[in-house]
Structure formats: C-alpha cells, structure tokens
Design a protein around this ligand. Structure first.
Ligand SMILES: NC(=O)c1ccc[n+]([C@@H]2O[C@H](COP(=O)([O-])OP(=O)(O)OC[C@H]3O[C@@H](n4cnc5c(N)ncnc54)[C@H](O)[C@@H]3O)[C@@H](O)[C@H]2O)c1
Length: 336
C-alpha cells in the first residue's frame, strides 16, 4: 500500500526536538503534511515547529508538545492536545522515533539507567501504539512507523562494547512491528506498519541521552557523576583502547564526552536529513522494512547469512570488514 503524497495528512512525530525526528517534522511540513511533534525537551521541539512552519505553506499546521513517551498518562495528554489543536478525530501517520542510548552492561551497569533506557525505547513505542492505533484505524489509510535500530538485528556494538538495554528494547520494537503486520492485515487492513533500522546517523543522541537520564551537559557534570557514568573498569578499557590517557583527569573525561558527541554527529556516514528522507521514501513506497545506511545493510546481511556467528566478530565480518560496526561509541552512551 504505497502513499502517493503526504499533503493534507496529519502526522505524529515523537522525539521531534532533535536529529531524525526534527528532520521528519521539517520534511513532512514542506511536503504539505500537518504535524504534531512531541519531545521530552519542550524548548527544542518548539524550535522544530517554528522551523517547520517557516518552511511550509500556510494551510500546514505544526504543533509542538512536551511529552515523556515512557509515561502513558503523558502520551494520553499529548493525544488529547493534538486532536484539539488540529481539530481532528484521527491521525494518518505516527512516527514513533523518540529514543535514547544507554544501559550498556546488564552485569555491571546502573539498574536505573538500564530501566530508563528500556522504558523510553520499548514502552515509549508500545504506549504510542496503544494510544494512537485507534486514531490510525479512524484514518482512511494509516501508517505506524516504529524506529528500531541495527541493534534490533544484532545485539552488540562489537568487541568489548556490550549494548544490553538498548538492544533488548530495539529487538522488542522490531518484533512487535513484525508481529503487527499480520494482526493489522486481519483486523485493520487499511493500516500498515513499517520498522526503521538505522545504522550510524549523525545526531546529538549521545548528549540528548545523558539529558534524558537527568544528567547535566558533560561540561557541568560533577566528578561523582562522571565516575558513575564512566566507572573505573570502563576507564581502564578506554585506556587500553587508546581512547584515554593513562593519567586522565575528570576534565579529560568531560572533554572526551563532548568530543564523542561531536564526532558521533559530525563524522557519520548519513545525516539526520538523509535518514528522514529515506524513512519518508520508504513509507511512500509501501515497504515495511526501512534500513538506513550501508552499515545497516551490511550488518543485516551478515547476521542473516551466519546467525550462529553473530557474536564471533572475526567469523561474522571476515576480512571484508576491518571494523565490526561503523564506529565505536562513546563510553557509557553507546547507541546505534
Ligand atoms: N543516530 C543514530 O545513529 C541512530 C541509530 C539507530 C537508531 N537510532 C534511533 O533513531 C531515533 C532517533 O534518534 P536520533 O539519533 O535522532 O536522536 P536525537 O537525540 O537527536 O533525537 C531524539 C529525540 O528524542 C527525544 N526523547 C528522548 N527521550 C524521550 C522521551 N522519553 N519522550 C519524548 N522524547 C524523548 C530527545 O529529547 C531528542 O530530542 C531513536 O529511536 C534512536 O534510538 C538512531
């Protein structure tokens, strides 16, 4: 079921304050689609809405809403606000895009961080589906677009870099989306679902993930916060990997986090704008599986070709790939 045009439709975008979500809002608005965008960060999503309005024709309505998608009551409030603001009884497109990185080690990591990551990345997608599916069913041809990750295909970032909470949530998002295909076919055939699996996309997700966990920007973190975020064993690993000097100070750790975010954003093979275009092209074409970037395509092919070797990195990637993933992430905040 392809979509000819987004013009005249109403879309919901979660995590619209930054990165891929911001670009989805902007590009949808340019294409004549009204948008209700939400974010944990009310100020950044308000900025997105202003940018999108400035680029759109006057009939397009773009609203911004504060909402924590991991809290069902907030998602319900977001729904009520947007139906009121757009004078609508249905929505046509839902982009469940909000997400954070974190919760790398189940064995040694902080439990609160693990559960906050899982809550946003899984329960956020689940609550949005619960709340918005009836409104997609009320549309003539609704599309639910859930964002997973290459970590929904492969639950690691490579040697020495566990990725447990994020991968668990992203596998759940992928499994849920695939399971909905048949459910919708049987019970709501005019609605479809697509799942997005990005590889490395240049965004501020490292810094935003720290904020979503209630931490200040790295420059303002206390020594104790740094020590908790990058515990001693992780620092030792970074020293062994040559990413941190032997006698690194707290300021070196702060600077490393700032650089890690900037590098993740600025040295990515795919920009947020390109990722959003790929997602919208995929939705338009009617595909249910939207991979973003050559790294995602490569990991998908490798894991499907050799499932038993998925975590035997040399065997999985062979000589063809010198590095297992596109890039190693920053300490404490890995995400793909
Ligand atoms: N950037 C990548 O390399 C990459 C790779 C794979 C998957 N993804 C996924 O793509 C999606 C978008 O990521 P991005 O890279 O654009 O990140 P981003 O940080 O630039 O944007 C995500 C936005 O979501 C918001 N957000 C976080 N928690 C929220 C919550 N509880 N409720 C509402 N909003 C919340 C953040 O404030 C931020 O504005 C995420 O689901 C992420 O996991 C990203």
């Amino acid at each position: 079921m392809a979509v000819d045009s987004f013009a005249g439709k109403l879309a919901v975008v979660t995590g619209g304050g930054s990165g891929i979500g911001r670009e989805l809002v902007r590009q949808l608005a340019v294409q004549g689609c009204s948008v209700a965008a939400c974010d944990l960060n009310a100020a950044t999503v308000a900025e997105t809405a202003a940018m999108a309005r400035a680029a759109a024709v006057p009939e397009v309505r773009v609203t911004s809403h504060a909402c924590d998608v991991a809290d069902e009551a907030e998602v319900l409030r977001f729904r009520d606000e947007l139906l009121d603001g757009h004078a609508s009884d249905h929505v046509d497109l839902v982009f469940s895009n909000a997400g954070i990185g974190g919760g790398s080690s189940f064995v040694s990591g902080d439990r609160d961080e693990w559960e906050r990551t899982f809550a946003i990345d899984w329960w956020g997608v689940y609550y949005c589906a619960r709340v918005f599916l009836p409104l997609l069913i009320a549309s003539s041809d609704g599309v639910l677009v859930n964002t997973s990750s290459v970590n929904g295909l492969w639950a690691s970032l490579g040697p020495g870099v566990p990725q447990t909470a994020y991968s668990t949530a992203k596998f759940a998002v992928r499994g849920f989306s695939e399971a909905l295909i048949e459910d919708l076919r049987v019970h709501a055939p005019h609605v479809r679902v697509a799942v997005v699996m990005p590889g490395h996309v240049g965004t501020d997700i490292i810094a935003n993930s720290l904020r979503a966990r209630g931490l200040p920007d790295p420059e303002h973190m206390s020594d104790a916060q740094l020590e908790e975020l990058i515990p001693r064993d992780m620092q030792d690993g970074l020293i062994r990997a040559g990413m941190l000097g032997e006698d690194a100070s707290a300021d070196d750790l702060r600077q490393m986090l700032v650089s890690a975010n900037a590098d993740f954003r600025d040295k990515a093979p795919v920009s947020a704008a390109e990722a959003a275009t790929t997602i919208l092209d995929g939705v338009r074409s009617g595909t249910w599986r939207i991979l973003i970037g050559e790294d995602a395509t490569m990991i998908d092919a490798a894991v499907r070709a050799k499932p038993e070797a998925a975590y035997d990195y040399a065997e999985l990637f062979g000589a063809a790939a010198e590095e297992p993933a596109a890039e190693q992430p920053a300490a404490g905040t890995p995400e793909r």
